[in-house]
Design a protein around this ligand. Structure first.
Ligand SMILES: [Fe+2]
Length: 240
């Protein structure tokens, strides 16, 4: 399997605090059957950190982790991306394209529940049409049923961006029901999966749970399709 969304880079954000913890998360993912994983640390425009300063920190953290992974053939292959929080003016950020997954033009974008509003579809549209980047909506399951109105979710879905969901959401009855509804209503949307793991104890990876629940509730073909789309997104070969 492929995990498109994690916080495994050491000391980058609210994810892994150290290289040791990063390695534990990678080992856990490998045991769960993951062979490709993307590290997607948070970039939040509200912190006023520049993209270049963020990338300098990310490069340093990535280098530390890669050094520690050297010779470890038991660990998944590491890809790099960013989880960017959407803001009204995000499309005007100089160098936004540098935050895409390293292969291709896919940009993982999360919504901030405190600023959710009708401006969101336009901001996403600007990113895809002005900058020609492909927004990937991060953990859509998180917005179903609470923070975001169903009408707004529909407007976002109509933009036809790839949509990432957290695999573990399939283990929760209500989230699963809402997710299945969205999947059925939008059969042409590309869905990719991530664990969104942050640490070993409180927010651990659970891709084994995803596999089990997806096989049961989505069926083997759709499970395979999600896994393949996830892999192709990281290699930059996904056609949208
Ligand atoms: Fe995340």
């Amino acid at each position: 399997m492929t995990d498109t969304h994690t916080h495994i880079l050491p000391a980058m954000d609210d994810g892994a605090a150290s290289v040791e913890e990063s390695l534990k998360l990678l080992s856990a993912l490998a045991l769960q059957g993951v062979n490709q994983v993307a590290a997607t640390p948070h970039f939040k425009p509200s912190t006023n950190e520049s993209i270049d300063s963020f990338l300098a920190r990310r490069n340093e953290s990535e280098a530390l982790l890669r050094q520690a992974m050297e010779g470890r053939t038991d660990l998944p292959q590491l890809h790099i991306g960013t989880e960017v929080t959407l803001s009204v003016e995000l499309s005007q950020f100089e160098g936004l394209e540098k935050l895409c997954y390293k292969n291709g033009n896919f940009l993982l974008i999360e919504l901030d529940p405190f600023t959710v509003g009708s401006w969101i579809p336009r901001a996403l549209y600007d990113i895809s049409n002005r900058l020609l980047l492909t927004p990937v909506i991060a953990h859509i399951d998180r917005y179903l049923g609470d923070d975001v109105s169903p009408k707004l979710i529909e407007e976002i879905m109509k933009l036809n961006c790839p949509v990432q969901f957290n695999g573990y959401a399939l283990a929760k009855f209500n989230k699963r029901r809402q997710l299945l509804k969205i999947m059925n209503r939008h059969p042409d949307t590309i869905f990719v999966v991530g664990s969104d793991c942050h640490n070993i104890h409180l927010r651990p990876p659970a891709m084994d749970v995803f596999e089990k629940k997806a096989m049961k509730h989505l069926g083997e073909d759709f499970f395979d399709e999600i896994c393949e789309n996830s892999r192709l997104m990281l290699t930059g070969e996904l056609i949208t």
